[in-house]
Design a protein. Sequence first.
Length: 227
Amino acid sequence: MLRENVRFYTNLDPVGRTMFEMRVQRFISTKRITGVDTEIDDKIRLLVASSAIIPTFAFPSFTYPNVNEVLVYPGAFNKNFETHHDAKGNILGMVGNRFMQGIVILSKPDLLKAFDGKAHTFNVGVHEFVHLIDCLDGATDGVPEMLIDHPYAIPWLSEVKKEMNKIKHNNSDINPYALTNDAEFLAVASEYFFDSPEKFAMKHPELYEYMSKIFHQGLVQENNDET
Ligand SMILES: [Zn+2]
């Protein structure tokens, strides 16, 4: 199932794949994954766990202390957690706060769309888990302390501002939802970075370099020097 659906896994070497499998197993055995008005099977559990492991793959001992349960919804939902399929502005995933602390919600069809084995620039699962990494230091601000050392925060944020300007002027293929704030920028750019690293590296070389450092990942093989 991983081979067929999860490109990040397919691109790993055999040692990396074994590591990934172990991390996914640990996630599944320590977090509750619950379907809400929808059936979930091993594939869904695997895709939820993969979403969590992809952005933290370089941090083998990291276990999401702030996550207890992932709720899988039958579709996109609104702010009252009612599922609906029509109108725009639907929520595909979210991280709970206050009474929803420790809970992540993901839309099943959007999770399946993100992991159909093809390259995309979106991935609702990776998006939400990046928020969870970001909020660990107490602030969901696009500067997760676990990933960005203090001296690098300012250069990173100035890179973010530069790209936001390009998005505003239609000179970027990054989803304009990234303009919402620095935290959304990080989550949206991470979806693209992990789902289509080759394209991201080509179109956004500077961001790619920063994000490779942030996530301790060189996702694109450096086997040709021509650019
Ligand atoms: Zn978000």
